[in-house]
Design a binder for this molecule. Structure first.
Ligand code: SIN
Ligand code: FE2
Length: 302
């Protein structure tokens, strides 16, 4: 990966309103930062509890900005972002799917860290999507407000309101089409599906779910899609969660699977209609997303 893949802006604490934007104006490989900037970086690394190990890749980067690193608070945000991004860029090769793949059931596979190398770019795409169709807590047919905030991208999106669940080409919040699905979402989902044994997956819908601490998703089946031959590809980002992977009856006790940032679960074929859900999210702070978990659930709905 080259430094040009580094995004210009990144939400440091998740798309929940009270966040800071860390701005990196330009980052180039192969040049050392100026002495004053390095001193600032060294100080800030120390102040943030980073001791050794990270300084070397940081030294490969030069931070250039119109106003320079003169404002300490901004420098700290910038630095935290750089450390996070650098860790991603220099992530060890053992985050490839083969390292931690696990067959859960016929047609169901957990691909550990499959999305991790692309997480920063996925989150940047996601920011563009949710700027147009914001995350919101939907209500169920019974009038219950869901604890998970949701949005969609693609040619159709999953919605719930007092009339029930459905797929709709129009976002009821904006009265416009859902944002287009970023190519990166589609390509990553197709690659994950293929790694799980489903070739030619072409999702047309991506349900985006944001969990804050305490948010949960009760056991359910994904059965509102008219195409049940295609699998579900579910990408986890941010805080870890316990995924409940059940059977074909609600009463069947689900497996409790810890899911980490970058993990992808694929279920299709004989597992396509398995019940699944998410336990109440534990509190924590994720370096890229802050106090939240984001799930991207890609489907072929039509
Ligand atoms: C879903 O079932 O739509 C989301 C599952 C998850 O958040 O892992
Ligand atoms: Fe689901």
């Amino acid at each position: 990966m080259t430094a040009s893949a580094v995004p210009q802006d990144l939400d440091q604490t998740g798309p929940n309103g009270d966040h800071h934007i860390a701005r990196v104006d330009a980052v180039h490989h192969g040049e050392l930062a100026g002495a004053a900037q390095l001193a600032e970086i060294g100080w800030a690394l120390h102040a943030n509890g980073f001791h050794g190990g990270i300084a070397q890749p940081i030294n490969l980067l030069q931070i250039m900005s119109a106003e320079g690193l003169d404002r300490r608070a901004e420098a700290l945000l910038r630095l935290k972002f750089l450390v996070d991004v650098t860790l991603e860029l220099f992530a060890p090769a053992d985050t490839t799917p083969a390292a931690g793949s696990e067959r859960l059931a016929p047609g169901a596979v957990l691909l550990r860290a499959f999305a991790a190398p692309q997480a920063v770019a996925l989150l940047q795409d996601l920011q563009e999507v949710t700027a147009r169709s914001p995350l919101r807590c939907m209500t169920t047919r019974g009038g219950h407000r869901m604890s998970v905030a949701m949005s969609n991208c693609g040619t159709t999106g999953w919605v719930s309101d007092s009339t029930g669940y459905r797929y709709d080409a129009i976002d009821p919040l904006t009265a416009a089409c859902w944002p287009a699905m970023p190519a990166r979402f589609r390509e990553l989902a197709a690659a994950a599906a293929e790694a799980a044994g489903f070739r030619g997956f072409l999702p047309d819908a991506c349900l985006i779910s944001r969990y804050e601490p305490g948010a949960r998703l009760s056991l359910h089946q994904d059965k509102d899609e008219s195409d049940l031959d295609s699998p579900i590809v579910s990408i986890s980002l941010g805080l870890p969660a316990v995924f409940l992977f059940g059977g074909h009856h609600r009463a069947e006790r689900p497996r409790r699977l810890p899911l980490a940032h970058g993990d992808v679960v694929v279920w299709g074929g004989p597992s396509r209609l398995r019940f699944h859900g998410v336990s109440p999210l534990g509190d924590g702070e994720h370096p890229l997303l802050g106090r939240c978990r984001v799930n991207l659930s890609l489907r072929k709905a039509r």
